[in-house]
Design a protein. Structure first.
Lengths: 350, 191
């Protein structure tokens, strides 16, 4: 077992709690399992060594999958997803953004006859939107609905967090469409091409045709079909908008509202705030709007941490952030207690 | 907490600099990848063991992690927190893909279990204290529990944990400090 400087430092800590935590997690696999992991890695490395150096890059497992997937896409794409495109347009509000402003991806992977397709994608400094469809190419008897609700996205900076907005609309019994939003690991996302690793870990299949077992009151017609359907895509990040740092602070009674950063992107404006003072049981949710260049942007989504940081997203974005910004907070909603404003923050962006 | 803060804030140690050289070489050199594997398999296994119900599951995912890492080496960039944070991110994704959402695997186990492969240092923490500590960790909110696993199972620094969780270093440090404060309170109460 190799010992790194890192673990030596850690075990030298004087804090008894930290020593106990390190001990608690100092787990070792049984020798047989260790040998099994070693063998798996040895085999992969042996195969890699056996190839000429020039081929090593091109012949790794991930690339092989991508080539097979691309061929499959070319052969089968037309039938399964063509009718799905109109479904995305029924998804209201910002969820149609991949279709209005995004780019075509059209990458499919098929596992057990379930074709999952990343159809389009849109990214700006604040968010990534993916339009994903799923189709049962075998048209299995008993299937009454499909859903593809989950996707994980990573790039060189790490895993994207869920930005919400996921919904899966059915298209007959054998297909469905979904738009999901993700927040990048590092904000703001710089303009230019972004390589993304997208994993749809599983899909859901509904089967209403099979009668439920009478003895199981918990029976659920939805079942999970494991994948994963894995995609490597490149999405151009829309470079419009700007990152603004007004560093404005206003007093709101016994609370203080600070706005250290605003990321104004073409798809959405992300308002980063801190609300300090007496905490609310459920966190403080600001209600209000932004006025910029003659347009009104409503606050539509809010998330907050226990430490007082609050993120607000608006119902639309801005292409050009220059000019006067007015952030008006009408009310802070705190569950059992609301604090009435309004409070106004003004600043200019060059 | 002072010790913890100092440790979490520490810059990358010299071993990490060596890691980055190895990572660059591992894009084309199987031996370099083999060394990275030797250096980090245990951290990956220990982290995965906190997310899986059995040793077997953790071993399977650890092997899958390094297979994925080998395939993805050309995409590796050191900016995201270093090679270990990158490997742990892959391990975390592999665990999520496998449907094993964060749950305190080894903390669920029977604390009287005399585990095979136990090292002498494992025996220092008494079963009773292990149970108390495990219960305190299990009661933490998921993000704090995850941060504790990354810190004490994978032994990542705050910067590296931030890279894995997509948080800033300072926010990660606060997350760990809050978790430690909660555990400490529970631990003291049981003393």
């Amino acid at each position: 077992v190799p010992t790194t400087d890192r673990s030596r430092l850690a075990t030298a800590l004087g804090d008894p709690l930290e020593r106990d935590l390190l001990e608690l997690f100092a787990l070792h696999p049984p020798q047989a399992l260790r040998r099994r992991i070693d063998r798996r890695i040895e085999i992969v490395l042996r195969e890699w060594r056996a190839r000429p150096a020039a081929q090593r890059h091109a012949s790794r497992p991930g690339r092989r999958t991508a080539i097979v997937g691309a061929l499959a896409t070319a052969l089968v794409l037309a039938g399964a997803t063509g009718g799905l495109q109109q479904l995305y347009l029924f998804l209201n509000g910002p969820f149609d953004l991949p279709w209005h402003r995004g780019v075509e991806i059209n990458q499919s992977r098929v596992i057990d006859g379930y074709r999952v397709t990343v159809e389009r994608a849109y990214a700006d400094a604040t968010r990534l939107a993916l339009a994903i469809s799923v189709a049962d190419e075998w048209g299995r008897p008993g299937t009454t609905q499909l859903a593809a609700m989950a996707a994980t996205v990573t790039d060189e900076d790490g895993e994207y967090t869920s930005g919400g907005g996921s919904t899966s609309a059915p298209h007959g019994p054998f297909a469905a469409a979904n738009v999901t939003w993700k927040t990048p690991a590092r904000l703001p996302l710089p303009a230019g091409d972004r390589a993304l690793h997208v994993v749809v870990p599983s899909i859901m299949v509904r089967d209403d045709a099979t009668p439920p077992p009478t003895e199981d009151p918990e029976w659920n017609p939805w079942r999970t079909v494991p994948g994963p359907w894995v995609f490597d895509i490149v999405v151009p990040v829309d470079g419009g908008g700007a990152t603004l740092t007004p560093n404005a602070v206003v007093d709101a009674g016994d609370l203080t509202i600070a706005v250290p950063r605003v990321i104004a992107a073409p798809g959405v404006v992300r308002l980063e705030m801190r609300i300090d003072g007496e905490p609310s049981d459920v966190g403080w949710a600001p209600v209000g709007e932004i006025r910029h260049a003659g347009r009104v942007l409503k606050f539509v989504m809010t998330s907050w941490d226990a430490d007082g940081s609050v993120i607000v997203l608006t119902d639309r974005g801005v292409q050009d952030a220059a000019g006067e910004w007015l952030i008006q907070i009408d009310r802070l909603s705190g569950g059992a207690r609301d604090v009435e404003g309004p409070w106004v923050i003004r600043f200019d962006a060059p | 907490v002072d010790d913890a803060a100092r440790l979490m804030a520490q810059p990358h140690d010299p071993a990490s600099a060596r890691d980055e050289e190895l990572a660059r070489a591992a894009r084309t050199d199987p031996d370099a990848f083999g060394i990275l594997y030797d250096r980090h398999w245990l951290a990956v296994y220990r982290y995965l063991r906190t997310r899986t119900p059995t040793d077997d599951d953790a071993a399977e995912l650890a092997a899958a992690t390094f297979e994925r890492a080998l395939a993805a080496m050309p995409r590796y960039r050191p900016a995201g927190g270093g090679i270990l944070a990158w490997l742990i991110t892959i391990a975390r994704n592999a665990a999520i893909d496998a449907g094993r959402r964060a749950r305190p695997g080894p903390l669920d186990r029977d604390v009287t279990d005399d585990r095979a492969g136990m090292t002498p240092e494992d025996g220092v923490l008494t079963r009773e204290r292990r149970a108390t500590l495990a219960a305190a960790i299990a009661a933490l909110p998921p993000d704090q529990r995850e941060a504790i696993s990354l810190r004490y199972a994978a032994r990542l620094t705050a910067r590296e944990i931030g890279a894995v969780l997509g948080k800033r270093e300072q926010a990660t440090q606060k997350l760990i400090e809050r978790a430690l404060a909660t555990i400490r309170e529970q631990y003291r109460a049981d003393d």
